[in-house]
Design a protein around this ligand. Structure first.
Ligand code: SF4
Length: 419
């Protein structure tokens, strides 16, 4: 029997990143060892430059490092340069990716300014065209990418599988002594569709460092299986995302479950969380979830996160929940300004705890922590700064005073950025 106490405990943290070829998307590097990039997609009508530019700006200000827009009609393609002009006037500098289906070859040919302005083209091998026209339409998009010096994401999707590829693999499968099950054949079709298309793009002349791949499915276990396989079969940079993840907590949970497993294994160079917004909800939620996923996994730091206990019968006051919400909201509201002013502020850690059981201990681990009084405890809230008890707050202005302490700390602790 082995002596488990003599074994070295496993260290916490993700596996070494899968090596991939770096691809420059405008000013952003994807893959090649660069930090995992957060991206998002608009849901405005691209033909409307004002609302599309406004939403791109919101997504970029929330932290999206690349933003994709659909380019589906001649009017949408014609609007792309106008969207870029509006963004420049707003002082927003973010790479814009054009999402093309069916008519991308025509739109890129008809609107050279659109082809020029976009930082990347996204095409789906299942939707480039059909029948005999498919190969020539694929080739003409790749030729445009070569002409304009743009990278291309070849994004296969479960919902629009290349039917020619499916038929070929079904025939191959029928010849096997023990045929694979239909799910395995479909996964193989998705992967082969992406890999074969990438190989064809390279034959046409698109360099390897201008190709990103994705193979999106809507099931968590299928996505993990597909990307594990894809990751071992190529060194292209990979875009990760669970397609059609859904709404609210279901979409967030499913995306996080799938992407966390893959990121932990070192797979994935850029991520998008495909959430269906609540009616009237903000599109920026998908950016916040992507950032929080990467940050809570220790892969990147974007914004100070608040550690808060869940609350229990020892703290019946809603004040504790309100304080946690106020502090997280304050930090998010301040971050655009802090990010520009202070170096390293995204690494700040905060704790808002409901009572004395875990409050002081958790507060000491944070840069700033507060432990509110639980039921029956003295009505005082000790504040810890860098592990030491610094002061005690009392009365009905605890929230304002704590936020003031936080602002002072940030100004003192983080060096002012030089331009
Ligand atoms: S810190 Fe206190 S209030 Fe919060 S969950 Fe633990 S025991 Fe409950």
């Amino acid at each position: 029997m082995s002596d488990s106490s003599s074994q070295q405990p496993r260290t916490a943290g993700p596996a070494t990143r899968r090596p991939s070829v770096g691809v420059r998307v405008g000013k952003i590097m994807v893959g090649g060892g660069a930090p995992v990039v957060v991206q998002s997609m608009t849901n405005t009508d691209t033909e409307d430059p004002a609302s599309t530019a406004k939403q791109i700006a919101e997504l970029a200000r929330a932290g999206s490092e690349v933003v994709r827009i659909t380019v589906n009609t001649p009017a949408a393609a014609a609007a792309v340069p106008r969207i870029a002009e509006r963004l420049a006037m707003m002082g927003v500098d973010v790479p814009i990716v054009g999402d093309f289906h069916y008519n991308g070859h025509q739109l890129l040919e008809a609107e050279p300014a659109c082809a020029e302005v976009l930082a990347k083209y996204r095409i789906n091998p299942g939707n480039v065209g059909f029948g005999k026209k498919k190969d020539s339409q694929f080739a003409s998009i790749i030729e445009k990418a070569i002409q304009y010096g743009k990278p291309v994401r070849i994004g296969a999707n479960w919902g629009s599988l290349d039917q020619g590829m499916v038929a070929t693999l079904m025939d191959e499968n029928a010849q096997r002594p023990q045929p694979w099950d239909a799910g395995v054949v479909a996964r193989e079709a998705l992967i082969r569709s992406a890999l074969d298309s990438a190989a064809r793009a390279e034959q046409i002349g698109l360099p390897r460092d201008r190709i990103i791949l994705s193979c999106k499915v809507s099931g968590v276990q299928e996505l993990i299986a597909v990307y594990r396989d894809l990751a071992t079969r190529c060194d292209y940079a990979l875009h990760l995302g669970l397609t059609e993840a859904g709404m609210g907590s279901k979409g967030i949970t499913a995306s996080a479950a799938a992407l966390a497993v893959l990121l932990q294994e070192g797979i994935g160079d850029t991520i998008r969380i495909s959430l269906t917004p609540e009616p009237g909800g903000s599109r920026t939620q998908e950016v916040i979830v992507a950032q929080e996923l990467l940050q809570t996994m220790g892969l990147r730091a974007f914004t100070p996160l608040v550690t808060a206990c869940p609350g229990c019968g020892r703290t019946t006051s809603e004040f504790f929940q309100e304080l946690a919400k106020t502090v997280q909201g304050h930090v998010r509201a301040k971050m655009p300004e802090w990010r520009v002013m202070y170096d390293g502020v995204e690494n700040l850690t905060l704790a808002v705890m409901g009572c004395v059981v875990n409050g002081p201990g958790e507060s000491k681990h944070a840069n700033i922590g507060i432990s509110l009084p639980g039921n029956g405890e003295a009505p005082s809230a000790p504040v810890f700064i860098d592990g030491e008890k610094a002061m005690t707050l009392r009365g009905d202005r605890i929230a304002e005073e704590f936020v003031g302490i936080l602002d002072d700390y940030v100004a003192r602790k983080y060096a002012t950025r030089t331009a």
